[in-house]
Ligand binder design. Structure first.
Ligand code: ZN
Length: 500
């Protein structure tokens, strides 16, 4: 694994040094107004009103950070102060109709000091328990482990999902689960012949504590099979039903969420399960608190996002019925590990976005109606002749060209997918290669469909509005990774959604 590392290391280090020095200096300096503040825990808006004092599930105070555009994923550091984000940077390309390609870059943002550290090309950042080591992927398909700006390891796991347990990193190597640490690599277990996950026809995810894992096996149509495994032994057992479309681990322990179109099931750490009909829940969108409570609620249309607060309710545990108030954001939608912050993105244009951080447990509330930044973003979107909003926080990885009939927007598994414009849901089903899809037909006759979804959040006949969540990102059908295939038709003919 490490025999030829020094040569690769030298190249990567050169790139890292260049990126860090240029971008770090332009964004790390605090603005004059900020440096005058006694603390950074200050809302951007001038108008504030009293809120319930110290309610940890109320994240209503927008904090000032350096603008970071087009962030599509984020991973809080264990210190709850830094967040590693992947964001899009445009680079010229002759290959695409837009004349650009969307490069995926990595940066670490300190939400207290405002400092931004650029790490160069990369995605899917994961912090070790100490926050000292950061694992991430690069386009060359190698995983890097960085300590500050230094790459200390580079290797090629066979599944994208890796999981830190302390300072040891669990990863898949064919049928084996292995663990990397600074001391070397050890084999933890091996799954039975035939269970081995083969990305991207399968994907695999470790639980937060690393004790268990899931493997989902995709195929044409709705032929998914799911396995639940034990990391220490490699033993697996089928999980879910023929209707299961989505599985996700809690951010603590190994509680597992399973969703179908109509049912939600929570499998607790001790193996007990609780299920509920979707129609009996307080909303179709779920979220996890930092300590692993599962929330359900509704997300207001994300146009421009960050202009409203959404109400959620704790479901399926001792604190069932407690309420949470979360900012109307899309993309990351994650609490920091200590529950102090909630991160996501708002729309700065029909196809662009920016990182937003909100303080939880705040004793004040940002008055979003009076926030000039919110109003400016809303005006820009309203004034754009293009109407279809980017359907999810993610990068365009393939365009309408030759025999490709849509735009591929890559985003993390489970991210929310949104209606591009107002319309009526005219299709929810399974396509042999496109997997789970949702189609919305607009009053102007445009039919806009999103494929390879996991679970649909709407039903045929539903009226939806622009920016309303309609599905979660998945890998159903035949895919090369989690993304949505975003396809538009006018009078049955394929058109380019980017032109509308
Ligand atoms: Zn596609």
């Amino acid at each position: 694994m490490t025999a030829n590392m020094p040569r690769a290391l030298a190249l990567v280090l050169a790139a890292l040094t260049a990126c860090t020095s240029s971008a770090g200096s332009s964004t790390a300096a605090p603005s004059p107004s900020r440096s005058a503040l006694p603390t950074t825990e200050r809302p951007v808006a001038v108008a504030t009103s009293a809120v319930t004092r110290g309610d940890p599930l109320r994240c209503t105070a927008r904090i000032e950070i350096a603008p970071v555009p087009d962030v599509f994923e984020g991973e809080w550091a264990p210190d709850s102060r830094r967040i590693a984000v992947s964001y899009i940077r445009l680079k010229p390309s002759r290959e695409n109709v837009t004349g650009t390609e969307e490069d995926q870059r990595l940066a670490v943002i300190d939400v207290v000091s405002g400092a931004v550290q650029e790490l160069g090309q990369g995605s899917e950042p994961k912090w070790s328990a100490s926050g000292r080591l950061l694992a991430y992927w690069m386009d060359d398909l190698d995983l890097r482990i960085a300590e500050g700006a230094t790459i200390i390891a580079r290797f090629r796991p066979t599944e994208p999902d890796v999981r830190w347990i302390g300072e040891e990193l669990l990863f898949w190597q064919g049928p084996e689960i292995r663990a990397w640490s600074a001391a070397g690599v050890r084999t933890v277990s091996r799954v039975a012949a035939g269970d081995e996950p083969r990305y991207p026809s399968d994907d695999a995810y470790f639980s937060a504590d690393g004790e268990l894992f899931t493997i989902t096996r995709y195929g044409p149509g709705a032929t998914e099979r799911r396995l639940l495994g034990t990391t220490a032994t490699g033993a697996t057992t089928p999980i879910g039903t023929a209707d299961t479309r989505f599985v996700e681990w809690s951010p603590r322990g190994h509680t597992l969420l399973l969703r179908s179109a109509d049912t939600v099931t929570l499998r607790y750490d001790d193996g007990r399960t609780v299920s509920e009909r979707r129609s009996a829940l307080p909303g179709v969108v779920h979220a996890w608190t930092a300590d692993g409570l599962l929330l359900f609620g509704s997300v207001s249309p994300t146009v421009p996002a960050g202009d409203a607060y959404d109400r959620f309710t704790v479901w399926g545990g001792a604190r069932s019925g407690e309420t949470a108030t979360l900012p109307n954001l899309y993309g990351i939608r994650a609490f920091s590990p200590n529950g102090a912050y909630f991160a996501g993105v708002s729309r700065t244009g029909v196809r662009s976005s920016q990182l937003e951080i909100y303080r939880c447990s705040a004793t004040w509330e940002t008055d979003l109606a009076a926030d000039e930044d919110v109003r400016a973003r809303a005006r820009k979107i309203a004034g754009d002749p293009l109407k279809l909003i980017r359907p999810t926080a993610g990068a365009y990885t393939s365009y309408v060209q030759r025999d490709h009939t849509g735009i591929d927007v890559a985003g993390p598994y489970g991210s929310l997918i949104y209606a591009g414009n107002d319309g009526v849901v005219t299709g929810v089903g399974v396509h042999p290669f496109g997997g789970n899809y949702v189609c919305v037909t607009q009053p102007d006759g445009i039919e806009l469909c999103t494929y390879h979804n996991s679970v649909p959040l709407v039903r045929p006949g539903d009226r939806v509005v622009r920016g309303q969540p309609i599905a979660l990102i998945g890998m159903s059908g035949i895919t090369t990774g989690p993304h949505t295939h975003w396809e538009a038709k006018v009078n049955g003919e394929i058109v380019d959604p980017l032109a509308y």
